[in-house]
Design a protein around this ligand. Structure first.
Ligand SMILES: Cc1cc2nc3c(=O)[nH]c(=O)nc-3n(C[C@H](O)[C@H](O)[C@H](O)COP(=O)(O)OP(=O)(O)OC[C@H]3O[C@@H](n4cnc5c(N)ncnc54)[C@H](O)[C@@H]3O)c2cc1C
Length: 451
């Protein structure tokens, strides 16, 4: 068996200093062969053993080369999966990758990681751009330390609480507050686990993304995947499809019309059908999902404002369909971040916001590029639609005490709107009874090395 350090992973650098890595797990049956085995299995009655025998005789490469996949459908690509590690990309690029209903993966947490020394991507490379981003950094550095002290006074440690866990919980709350001042150009790392088809379908859109950074990332991912899985990826392009993808991404991708604070703007649910499920809705216990087929009753749509920092969290709910908000300064900075600060930090922050808003405007960038210099605490306009199983799951998870307060408040608001709209049909929503409590357990949610 190959040792871990002898494995050769496909690595491709990104011009901003990051990289894309396709993990080689050293599996004897690689993802492509695994997919091919399933395709062959569907085309003969002899069973898996015969195909495994041929694979064993020929080896993975020759096995792939000796079969023409006349199956003719991309679903074969669903049958093999891989993991990509994407490092040193902006928050905007991370969100672009994750904006996909079949995304699986994990991203660096702004709650448990100190972003003080992370690189900030300045795509225009201008001094004025760097100056704006570094001003955010200076405030972040100062405010994180000050806030830890302020928070200790605000939430003193109870005797029964372990000191290390308490310190982590305080740091997490300080990061929750000060992340609002990190520009969206701050770099992050993420992993993307998916099947081969999803990689192909998603990158086909990403290569037309409005941001040059994301277009380069898509091309780099495609090159890395082509090298890792030559029988599954191709450079072939279809002109009309490419032109359509370009129009979709460049003209319609970002969602910017001013949203209300939080409103259920469309109720497409068949209330009569839903009423026939009354007992099912009313008897659901906490931490239990509604059956997916409740979705047949229809969808509802919410329009609401949320800071980009918290949008990053809600965006991960794949069962609802969300638009990508454009990060600007026009809806103002989310008040929660300012309210958390000490009086002196707040005065400083308010002056900083004014100064930075003017500086960003004078950069004369496109509204998409200006996002790199804009802090994540600014509110954005958001829009999603989804069925009841998906939305109920999301609001219950996001209205707990362990979730960032700006998202928690919106999730609770949505939960109340849903209860109000579907009360006659028996919809029950289980909310955390103490959702606003500072709970040191958030200090236990980090992943640490076992002693
Ligand atoms: C306190 C907290 C800390 C977190 N920290 C991190 C972190 O550090 N890093 C990080 O990367 N993430 C973090 N997350 C995000 C987390 O990993 C999830 O991505 C996010 O909460 C979405 O959860 P989900 O996948 O369960 O929900 P959803 O995607 O909303 O899924 C809900 C249900 O629907 C199913 N489903 C999923 N997609 C579909 C679909 N397309 N159609 C139908 N059904 C579908 C799911 O299987 C599930 O049963 C954190 C979340 C919380 C609450």
């Amino acid at each position: 068996m190959a040792s871990i350090d002898s494995l050769s992973h496909i690595r491709k650098p990104l011009s901003g200093g990051g990289q894309v890595v396709v993990l080689n797990t050293g599996a004897i049956i690689n993802p492509e062969s695994e997919a091919m085995l399933q395709a062959l299995h569907s085309r003969s009655t002899e069973g898996i053993d015969g195909h495994l025998k041929i694979l064993a005789e020929k080896g993975s490469e020759k096995f792939m080369a000796s079969y023409y996949v006349g199956y003719g459908h991309k679903s074969i690509g669903d049958c093999g999966s891989a993991t990509l590690f994407i490092e040193g990309v902006s928050m905007l690029a991370a969100k672009a990758v994750q904006d996909w209903k079949l995304y699986s993966g994990q991203e660096s947490s702004t709650r448990y990681i100190d972003f003080a020394h992370q690189a900030f991507l300045n795509p225009k490379g201008t001094e004025s751009g760097t100056a704006i981003q570094e001003k955010w950094r200076t405030f972040y550095l100062k405010a994180v330390e000050e806030m830890k002290e302020v928070l200790k006074e605000r939430f003193p440690r109870a005797e029964k609480e372990k000191e290390a866990v308490y310190e982590k919980a305080i740091a997490a709350r300080a990061f929750d507050t000060i992340r609002g001042f990190l520009p969206a150009g701050a770099t992050t790392n993420l992993a993307w686990h998916g099947n081969l088809r999803q990689f192909a379908d998603k990158t086909a859109l990403l290569r037309h993304h409005p941001l040059a950074e994301v277009r380069e990332l898509a091309e780099t991912i495609e090159a890395a995947l082509l090298e890792a899985f030559p029988s599954s990826f191709t450079n072939q392009r279809y002109e009309a499809t490419e032109a359509y993808a370009k129009a979709v991404m460049q003209q319609y991708y970002y969602h910017d019309p001013k949203a209300p604070t939080c409103a259920l703007v469309h109720d497409g649910v068949d209330h009569t059908l839903l009423a026939s499920m009354h007992d099912l809705l009313a008897s659901r216990p906490p931490k239990t999902e509604l059956p997916k087929w409740v979705a047949t009753a229809g969808d509802v749509t919410f329009s609401y404002q949320l800071d980009f920092g918290s949008f990053r969290d809600i965006q991960r709910h794949r069962a609802i369909t969300q638009r990508m908000p454009l990060l600007t300064t026009k809806l103002g900075f989310n008040e929660w971040y300012l309210n958390e600060l000490s009086e002196s930090l707040r005065t400083e922050a308010e002056a900083l916001l004014k100064e930075q808003e003017t500086a960003i405007a004078t950069l004369s960038l496109s509204k998409e590029e200006a996002q790199y210099y804009t802090a994540m605490g600014y509110n954005t306009s958001n829009y999603f639609s989804g069925d009841l199983p998906a939305i109920v799951y999301m609001v219950e998870l996001r209205a707990t005490r362990f979730v960032h307060p700006t998202l928690r408040a919106q999730a609770a608001h949505m939960a109340h709107l849903l209860e109000e709209t579907f009360k006659d049909e028996g919809l029950v929503i289980h909310l955390d009874p103490e959702m606003d409590r500072f709970d040191v357990k958030r200090g236990e949610h980090d992943i640490v090395k076992a002693e």
